[in-house]
Design a protein around this ligand. Structure first.
Ligand code: C5P
Length: 307
């Protein structure tokens, strides 16, 4: 925490979609989803101190290009603060510092994590005691993935992804995460899905087998049921990702897939030791340059320090 002023830090997790079933595009341009979100231990931290005006600063891990983080203009953090301030009829104020570790435009909902962290941090800083119900409703207005970033754990997402229902997940699942230096645009991947699958069903594919696999605690069974309808359009736009997935599986990962709309690729492994082994083998090839190891499920946006 900077200075001696009163403030706090909120930590918000990245997500992987264990299942991402996408239905035919709706009249409002969004797609109906049946997804299983899974929060993993890769976090953005957001520190805030009281200030008379409004300021947002950024630190980022080495593998993140700070120029790629859209903090100018009408970004999602500004919008989250304005929405909460308007909800309570107060002026937007605070000095925020974001420390990014979640890949940008990577399909891991980093922007959504920042929005969720902003809602939680400013609610506490301004002493608003916003109800969970209201926070979730504000989150849904900010983006389809933002409510899940508040809830965390493992959860089913329906509607356009904004209706979140937690599911029991007693396992600890280990992942190798491979970010890509060049991001993919989520709307672009959805538009390409529409082009590739003009006859997509109105109702997205269900996740019954995956939920049973989660309940079993067996990583091999979970690996066999992972599913992402956005993988085909993402690989069509970025053929290099198919080679990356094949390389991770050749190094022994149980299963590799594109995270959300990509381009981050994630690899399910049997254990922490196994994930470190696979990551080490991938790094030894020097391609890709950045390989991370993490696990899930972890908590949604939460306060980690108070000043
Ligand atoms: O909800 P969010 O702002 O994160 O969505 C970003 C974009 O992703 C939307 O404008 C839309 O193009 C696409 N999207 C979609 N269907 C969803 C979620 C997102 O088409 N369920």
């Amino acid at each position: 925490m900077r200075g001696s002023s009163v403030g706090l830090t909120v930590r918000a997790p990245a997500k992987i979609n264990l299942h991402l079933g996408v239905g035919a595009v709706r009249e409002d341009g969004m797609h109906p989803l049946l997804t299983v979100y899974h929060a993993v231990g890769l976090y953005d931290d957001l520190s805030v101190i009281a200030a008379p005006d409004w300021r947002v600063g950024l630190d980022a891990e080495d593998y993140i290009d700070p120029v790629a983080v859209p903090l100018d203009g009408d970004n999602i953090v500004d919008r989250a603060a304005t929405l909460l301030a308007d909800h309570h009829g107060v002026a937007r104020s605070g000095d925020l510092q974001i420390t990014k570790a979640i890949p940008v435009a990577g399909g891991m909902a980093g922007g959504s994590a920042d929005a969720a962290a902003t809602l939680v941090a400013l609610d506490r800083l301004w002493r608003m005691e916003t109800s969970d119900e209201d926070l979730l409703a504000l989150a849904a207005r900010l983006g389809s993935d933002v409510p899940f970033a508040l809830v965390g754990g493992t959860a089913v997402g329906t509607g356009r992804g904004e209706i979140v229902t937690p599911v029991a997940d007693h396992g600890t699942w280990w992942w190798v995460v491979v970010p890509s230096p060049l991001g993919l645009s989520t709307p672009e991947v959805y538009r390409h899905y529409d082009r590739l699958f003009p006859d997509a069903p109105a109702t997205p594919t269900g996740a019954g087998e995956l939920l049973a696999a989660l309940d079993s605690g067996d990583p091999k069974r979970l690996a066999a049921t992972l599913h992402n309808d956005l993988q085909a359009p993402a690989l069509d736009l970025r053929p290099d990702l198919a080679r990356r997935i094949a390389a991770g599986e050749a190094e022994g990962a149980l299963r590799g897939l594109v995270s959300g709309s990509g381009p981050t690729c994630v690899f399910l492994c049997e254990s922490g030791d196994h994930a470190r082994e696979v990551a080490g083998a991938m790094l030894a090839e020097r391609e890709p340059p950045v390989v991370l190891v993490t696990n899930g499920p972890v908590a949604g946006a939460h306060v980690v320090t108070r000043g």
